[in-house]
Design a protein around this ligand. Structure first.
Ligand code: UDX
Ligand code: UDX
Length: 467
């Protein structure tokens, strides 16, 4: 079997997945040339910004890698045609949001961008090209990509003799905030494909830094489904512990203690057992809804119903938090000042996609609350577009605070929604003096301890802590 020597890689999509993944590949494989292309010029300009604090995404450790690799063997550009035509291997890492209209609206993934990318590859590629699905996709999408590559190929008669493709699935398991560590030390790398030469070419790249035993090769469909299943299982754990958090509040148990007690059972494990305001991020909800849609499509309504409940529980968790705030503040927040600490969907990222903060803030705004929002990384523009998009009447009053103490001035309550490091160990004695009595802390991430607020006069409600 002749091996394929990959020299040039192109990645379509310079987002949260494409950007960090290609940076790490370029860092670990200095002999490869890696080009990341995107239709969004502004985003590419940001990736090329000399000031590394202005990269389009915030990810701990990413700036150091970019400093080492950018201009050496890592390039960001909008030159789609040139980059694809020169590449031996093309990763498709574009977004696959949930469809908002048409068949499967609200559940199925919108594959328009993936299809557009496949068509571009079919048009511009030269010689043999390995095409890799990096985006999370419905099971059997590889078949569609193969067909697009085959038919578009036939249309371009002049290249037909030399142009051919192998399609692989190589889903990404990185989590935002820990992306660099997840990429450098992955639990496993998953590669699905039928062409052994193409599979080996990709395995050889990962072997530069990932031990052989951790590279799992499967058929295409198993690889595609494993990504959906992994996200569904992770999200299911969060909905499970969140359901228990409500139970704890009702009974006097403490969800932290329960999580510790059950997590020490090796069969259960201690990861992903932190109760919170519900899971956010671009993947969990979208991927489960996709699984639900596909289950229906394949005639498995019971399976669809089972997984849909994970999303239902997540919606309920967000809903009940805002209702608790309302209830504790004497049934109304109209005209009351409330600080929101943390707007990103989790700590260490500036990403707000599906952040519970959006829905909870909008619900409070609808009730007439005046919000003062502080997040160390999320920009005013981002918060503004998130709140405008989701607020029904778009009439709420809110502002951005530059600091924690700035956010807490004259507020009746503070709602902690993201576990940023700087929210731990605050001087609540001082902060209490800024707040209006009777002051409340609503802590959904177990950031504040009872000892810390002892003698401050502040009331503390903690998610999952029964009284
Ligand atoms: C990823 C995965 O690819 C997606 O499947 C997964 O489920 C969520 O995470 P992500 O990198 O987070 O997507 O998305 P995003 O940050 O939106 O980046 C996608 C990029 O692709 C954008 O910069 C967009 O401009 C670009 N794009 C989109 C193209 O370059 N070409 C297109 O045709 C469409
Ligand atoms: C997830 C998967 O972890 C990753 O493997 C996949 O590639 C993409 O989707 P991500 O969404 O970036 O990654 O972050 P993750 O750490 O999984 O957190 C998702 C959400 O769950 C966040 O809102 C987080 O706050 C929440 N969460 C996580 C909890 O509420 N409790 C937990 O114990 C863990």
């Amino acid at each position: 079997m002749n091996s394929i020597k990959v020299k040039r890689i192109c990645c379509i999509g310079a987002g949260y997945v494409g950007g960090p993944t290609m940076s790490v590949i370029a860092d670990k494989c200095p002999d490869l040339e890696v080009k990341v292309v995107d239709i969004n010029k502004e985003r590419i300009d940001a990736w090329n910004n000399a000031d590394l604090s202005k990269l389009p995404i915030f990810e701990p450790g990413l700036d150091l890698i970019i400093a080492r690799t950018r201009g050496r063997n890592l390039f960001f550009s909008t030159e789609m045609e040139k980059s694809i035509s020169e590449a031996d291997m093309v990763f498709i890492s574009v977004n696959t949001p949930t469809k908002t209209k048409g068949l499967g609206a609200g559940q199925a993934s919108d594959l328009s961008w993936v299809e557009a990318s496949a068509r571009q590859v079919a048009k511009y590629a030269k010689g043999h090209t390995i095409v890799i699905e990096k985006s999370t996709l419905p099971v059997r999408t590889a078949q569609a990509i193969k067909e697009i590559l085959k038919t578009t190929n036939v249309e371009n008669q002049e290249d037909e003799s030399t142009k051919n493709f192998s399609v692989l699935s190589n889903p990404e398991f990185l989590a935002e905030g820990t992306a660099i560590n997840d990429l450098e030390k992955p639990d496993r790398v998953l590669i699905g494909g039928e062409d052994p030469r193409a599979v080996k070419a990709l395995v050889d790249i990962y072997l530069k830094w990932v031990p052989k035993e951790q590279i799992i090769c499967t058929n295409l469909w198993s690889s595609e489904l494993s990504k959906l299943a992994a996200n569904a299982f992770l999200a299911q754990r969060i909905s499970s512990i969140n359901s228990i958090s409500a139970f704890c509040e009702a009974t006097g148990a403490d969800v932290q203690e329960v999580a510790k007690a059950i997590g020490t059972d090796k069969r259960i494990g201690n990861q992903f057992l932190s109760a919170g305001p519900g899971f956010g991020g671009s993947c969990f909800k979208k991927d489960i809804l996709n699984l639900v849609y596909l289950s229906g499509h394949f005639g498995l309504p019971e399976v669809a119903k089972y997984w849909n409940q994970v999303v239902e529980m997540n919606n309920w968790q967000q809903d009940r938090i805002y209702k608790i705030v309302l209830e504790k503040l004497f049934g109304t927040v109209n005209g009351k000042n409330i600080a929101i600490l943390g707007f990103s969907f989790k700590a260490n990222t500036n990403d707000t996609r599906e952040s519970p903060a959006i829905r909870i803030s909008c619900d409070l705004l609808e009730e007439g609350a005046i919000l003062s929002i502080y997040d160390p990384k999320v920009s005013f523009e981002k918060i503004s577009s998130d709140l405008n998009k989701f607020s029904i009447n778009n009439q709420g009053i809110w502002n951005i605070a530059e600091s924690i103490s700035g956010a807490l001035k004259n507020v009746d309550a503070v709602l902690i929604l993201t576990a940023w490091d700087e929210f731990y160990g605050l001087d609540w004695n001082y902060l209490a003096s800024l707040m209006r009595s009777p002051a409340w802390i609503f802590d959904t991430r177990s950031v504040v301890s009872r000892q810390e607020i002892h003698n401050t006069g502040i009331n503390l409600w903690k998610l999952g802590e029964g009284s």
